[in-house]
Design a protein around this ligand. Structure first.
Ligand code: ATP
Length: 267
């Protein structure tokens, strides 16, 4: 079944934001940024595609995005409350994605700092936030989310991955998933805007797969080994380094498990 805007809007009522659906596009995030910058489209709006030809991960990595199998979703919001509205935002998006997956019976979906959603060691969804404009003035945030829905095979993904269909054994209706995700996001974004990330910090830690685990934090060629204590009130990672609590902000950092040989496959 293909994506259907009327169906998504009917299911996601009362969220009547415009939805722009493409058959094939380079990247829904890049298109969302173009729509804000080069047209008079006003946020909030949602960009969806059946396929991305140049889907993006963090730091120039690729997000594999085959036609009519998965969800490629970019929600554009205007940020007018200053920088603190961005604190912990990508972690909050992760919570919304995780709950949408659990609602579709992927009970093992959980989080990996800063913004991956895994089932065990397998990646099922990715999040890429991009900022457009000046954060201390008016700016827009693009919340890019890729969820593996019905994909069953790919030779192109060089780390362990899964999809909803692989986990549950059944194909899912992506229109239903998108509506569910949109409503979950709305709920979490409202809570985040009203109370800040601090109100969701404990829930995030409870769902962090690597809480209490020995990890390596990698920035380029540098590696820091520690134990995950959790996240702070801004969503930064708290690591125990030889008995000393140290805080790391997301930026260019990647987190890897230390005591698991399977992790080697990911590098
Ligand atoms: P980090 O921990 O730094 O985020 P990452 O390897 O998870 O590292 P991302 O930028 O979050 O990097 O995601 C991009 C990576 O995800 C790709 O390099 C590829 O290994 C993997 N990937 C690409 N497409 C998919 C997909 N559809 N499903 C699962 N994983 C994918």
């Amino acid at each position: 079944m293909f994506l259907n805007v009327e169906e998504i809007i009917a299911r996601a009522a009362p969220l009547a934001w415009p939805v722009y659906l493409y058959n094939s596009i380079g990247s829904t995030n890049t298109e969302a940024i173009r729509l804000i910058s080069d047209t008079d489209y006003t946020a909030p709006f949602l960009v969806l595609a059946e396929q991305q030809t140049t889907g993006k991960g963090r730091r120039g990595r690729k997000w594999i995005s085959p036609f009519a199998q998965n969800v490629y979703f970019s929600l554009v919001l205007q940020i007018d409350g200053g920088l603190q509205q961005l604190e912990g935002l990508s972690l909050v998006v992760g919570l919304a994605v995780m709950h949408s997956l659990r609602a579709l019976s992927v009970h093992g979906a959980a989080l990996k700092w800063p913004n991956d959603i895994l089932v065990g060691h397998k990646k099922i969804a990715g999040i890429l936030l991009e900022l457009v404009g000046n954060p201390i003035d008016i700016c827009h945030i693009v919340l890019g989310i890729g969820i593996n829905a019905n994909m069953q095979a790919s030779m192109e993904i060089h780390q362990q991955w899964t999809s909803i269909q692989l986990e549950t054994g059944f194909p899912i209706d992506r229109n239903y998933l998108i509506a569910k995700l949109w409503l979950q996001l709305q709920d979490y974004l409202t809570r985040h805007k009203t109370f800040g990330f601090i109100a969701l910090q404990e829930e995030w830690e409870r769902n962090h797969l690597w809480q209490g685990k020995a990890v390596s934090l990698i920035a380029d060629v540098n590696q820091i080994d520690g134990i995950v204590l959790g996240v702070d009130r801004y969503g930064a990672l708290r690591l125990n380094l030889d008995g000393v609590e140290t805080i790391y902000r997301s930026g260019e950092l990647s987190l890897r498990l230390r005591d698991d040989s399977r992790v080697r496959l990911w590098e």
